[in-house]
Design a protein around this ligand. Structure first.
Ligand code: ADP
Length: 464
């Protein structure tokens, strides 16, 4: 059954249900029809017997009674009668019953009301028998019996049975065909979704499924698949861009290394010249190392391979360390780096990653703030989350760059940045770290006035 199509399973399931319902319905209907036919036959039999009983009232003596009965009831096409006295002696019987003795349920004096039964007479067939006790004009109890053949009743009942037996399977066949057709119609959108989805995955990810009715199940399925394709399309696109950008970034330091070594090897050089080449090679390998480290960090985050977030990291202490680390470079540039009020806040996370987040932000602030400028670190908490701000009075970022600032390899001014050693990965790593810790990072900036990075992190107040 598992290899059957849904169309056939639905059709056969419906047919099985319909068969059960039809059988139940037909059974109840036949029982009711049978009862109705029997009641009709019994009523007709009772009417006939009542008519016979009526004759009694107008016959003052038994002889007259028998005479009248003989005239009116001895021959009848359908109903036959027998009258016996209390001792079982037959005093009247239709000609049809000559030589036939009908079964006596008891003495007439013992009988109450009308009694119906089915009897079968040898070679004559089945009959419906009505037995009733009535007193004759002399008040003698007599047993009146009337019978009629069941053949008409049985024939009519059989015709009903035949009707059910032919109409039932016919209805089932029609229902089976209609069910198969309807199942096909209802499942057709799934077929269309499947073939389009196959084409989309195999050929182009930017194609989308047609949503015929967005409110029904098929429409919702197509919409969900479309969303999935869009996500897939985006991430494959991002992956392609990331790989291309990474290859591009790796090319320039490798090209420098190659050119420098090739030029150096072209002819013998002095010690000073070799030293100069080695210094360039060292600088480029440092740049390469930084780039590869950052790529590795990002790919680890993408693969969800970062360290488990179980360490209690005190952010105020962490910011003090970062600030201390940048005091000397800031002073050399003539920039003030100060740390203002920071809430005693700890985050469940990775100490090294969180340090790297703030390290990148302060590093950028020092890089992009000219002499005389100021960098401030401060924060506040609202009990459930805390916000830490790295603010500078540097060159600022044009608003057109802000929406893409956290993208991988995105640089505001690529020519200037590449020469200063930036990889364009720092802020995307910051975003990835903040999000891994259940937080977020946003930027506010104004050209020539400065930039402010706001990092929000969940956690708790440090209790003393
Ligand atoms: P990089 O490693 O090249 O610095 P980032 O991802 O850290 O790359 O930064 C991306 C871009 O954002 C940089 O090109 C830089 O122009 C800009 N930027 C980052 N921080 C600041 C800042 N504090 N002030 C001005 N520009 C900034």
């Amino acid at each position: 059954m598992s290899h059957w199509s849904i169309r056939w399973k639905w059709t056969l399931g419906n047919a099985a249900m319909l068969t059960l319902i039809l059988c139940g319905f037909a059974g109840v209907m036949l029982v009711m029809v049978h009862r109705h036919l029997l009641r009709q036959a019994d009523t007709a039999l009772a009417d006939e017997l009542d008519e016979l009983a009526e004759e009694l009232r107008f016959s003052p003596t038994r002889e007259q009674m028998l005479k009248r009965l003989d005239e009116r009831f001895s021959v009848h096409s359908h109903y036959h009668f027998q009258i016996t006295d209390d001792d079982g002696e037959v005093i009247f019987r239709s000609r049809f019953l000559t030589n036939i003795l009908l079964p006596r349920p008891g003495r007439p004096s013992m009988l109450r009301g009308k009694e119906y039964s089915d009897i079968s007479l040898p070679e004559l067939g089945h009959f419906r028998l009505l037995t009733m006790a009535i007193r004759d004009p002399q008040s003698q109890p007599l047993l009146y019996q009337a019978l009629s053949p069941r053949s008409a009743l049985d024939r009519e009942f059989r015709s009903h049975v035949w009707m059910v037996l032919t109409a039932g399977p016919l209805t089932l066949l029609v229902a089976l065909a209609a069910g198969y057709f309807l199942a096909g119609r209802n499942l057709a959108p799934i077929g269309r979704i499947t073939s389009t989805a196959e084409k989309i995955s195999a050929e182009r990810l930017d194609e989308r499924l047609v949503i015929e009715n967005p409110h029904d199940e098929m429409g919702r399925l197509a919409a969900t698949l479309n969303k999935m394709f869009a996500r897939l399309d985006r991430s494959i696109d991002e992956m392609r861009r990331f790989t291309a950008d990474a290859a591009h970034e790796l090319r320039s330091p490798i090209a420098v290394l190659r050119t420098e070594t090739e030029v150096a090897l072209r002819r013998p050089r002095s010690d000073a010249e070799y030293r100069e080449v080695i210094a360039v090679i060292h600088a480029e390998t440092c740049r390469l190392t930084e780039l590869v480290d950052q790529l590795l960090t990002l790919s680890r985050h993408d693969a969800g391979l970062q360290s488990p977030l179980t360490e209690e990291v005190p952010i105020d202490a962490l910011l003090s360390d970062v600030s201390e680390r940048f005091q000397v470079p800031a002073q050399e540039k003539g920039v003030t780096l100060e740390i203002a009020s920071i809430p005693a806040w700890y985050v469940l996370g990775d100490d090294v990653a969180l340090s790297q987040l703030f390290f990148n932000l302060v590093d950028n602030a020092v890089k992009f703030t000219p002499a005389g400028g100021c960098i401030r670190l401060f924060g506040k908490s609202n009990g459930r989350t805390a916000q830490f701000v790295v603010e500078d009075t540097g060159c600022g970022i044009d608003s057109e760059h802000l929406p893409r600032l956290f993208e991988r390899f995105y640089r505001v001014d690529p020519s200037r940045q590449q020469s200063s050693g930036g990889t364009g990965l720092g802020l995307s790593i910051c975003k990835s770290i903040a999000e891994t810790h259940g937080g977020s990072i946003v930027v506010e900036s104004e050209i020539a006035r400065g930039t402010r990075f706001l990092v929000t992190l969940p956690g708790a107040e440090l209790s003393e």
